[in-house]
Design a protein around this ligand. Structure first.
Ligand SMILES: [Zn+2]
Length: 320
């Protein structure tokens, strides 16, 4: 068996909602699901194999068992699994935060930095997010505005719509606003430096920790282009339409809409991840079949060959 369906690890952070349970078929006893980690080897929440001969193994255990070749030759440059894919449901805004790059994170935190991509699954009308600064500021002004609660005045507000894509390079100050559901494809890292939390308190009644000095070290304090468009043309291929959303050193991501049938060639160079974001489909590879629906996550070993997807659906495909 060269493809597996995964069950996520769940996070009930205080800003989360119930949409992942209601609209994305996520089953858990938690009241709130802020995040579901759909493709994760991370120690803070690994995905688990849902079915088949490897059922019950954590995703890192599955990779250990099958050997490094299932990641593909393009992953040989990494000493660990390079990405993490999650769903996020922000009922309330997330904290204003920033992530370090690889060099800083490996030196200071002992893990990868974090460049991430957001695909807007759905959102309330008039939703927005914060993306970088709206004018150049100095490190001194940054610190001052964190201390006197005026940081929001210098952050760039960007409206969002279903299907929008944002690429957040390490060092970009950002926050997901209220009423937004996201599929996030990111480097395999959980290092976040929180700089402002809207005066909220955590479950223990105390304000959550801020990481101001580290945030000042790593933040890009000049405005950057936030009008990020999918980086490839739309390619029609019979019954499917595909567009490349983003590509970087760590991942390449496509959005495909199928009405009928499409075949992906998963060759030796990389694993494939299929995240179904609308509709239902049947996925076939060498005699194996998975019935998948909105919210499901499927991992395909490198070298699996032709993977056929049939149905009426939309999915996000990620490879190295
Ligand atoms: Zn982030």
């Amino acid at each position: 068996m060269a493809m597996i369906q995964l069950q996520p690890a769940f996070k009930d952070y205080l800003w989360g909602g119930t949409k992942l349970k209601e609209n994305y078929n996520k089953q858990t006893d938690l009241d709130i699901v802020a995040e579901s980690w759909e493709l994760s080897v991370h120690k803070d929440g690994a995905s688990v194999v849902a079915d088949g001969p490897y059922k019950g193994l954590t995703f890192p255990e599955y990779l250990e068992k099958k050997g490094k070749s299932v990641l593909g030759t393009d992953c040989e440059k990494f000493d660990r699994f390079p990405i993490l894919i999650k769903f996020i449901d922000a009922l309330q805004p997330l904290s204003i935060q920033v992530h370090p790059d690889n060099e800083y994170a490996l030196r200071v935190e002992g893990e990868y930095g974090k460049t991430e991509m957001w695909y807007i699954l759905d959102c309330e009308p008039d939703s927005f997010l914060y993306f970088g600064v709206n004018k150049a500021i100095s490190k001194e002004e940054f610190r001052e505005r964190i201390e006197n609660n005026t940081l929001l005045e210098v952050l760039k507000v960007v409206p969002v719509h279903k299907g929008d894509v944002f690429f957040i390079k390490a060092g970009t100050i950002h926050a997901i606003g209220a009423g937004i559901q996201i599929c996030e494809i990111q480097q395999n890292s959980n290092t976040t430096y929180r700089v402002y939390d809207f005066g909220r308190v955590g479950k223990d009644g105390k304000p959550r920790e801020l990481h101001i000095d580290k945030a000042i070290d790593v933040s890009n304090l000049t405005p950057i282009e936030s009008d990020f468009k999918p980086c490839g043309p739309r390619i029609e291929d019979g019954e499917a339409e595909t567009v490349m959303l983003a590509t970087c050193e760590y991942f390449t991501t496509f959005e495909t809409t199928v009405h009928g049938k499409v075949t992906i060639d998963v060759d030796e160079s990389s694993f494939g991840s299929i995240i179904v974001v609308e509709g239902e489909c049947v996925i076939r590879n060498e005699g194996d079949t998975i019935h998948a629906k909105k919210g499901d996550s499927i991992f395909v070993d490198a070298g699996s060959g032709a993977v056929e997807i049939e149905g009426n659906c939309q999915y996000i495909y990620t490879c190295e």
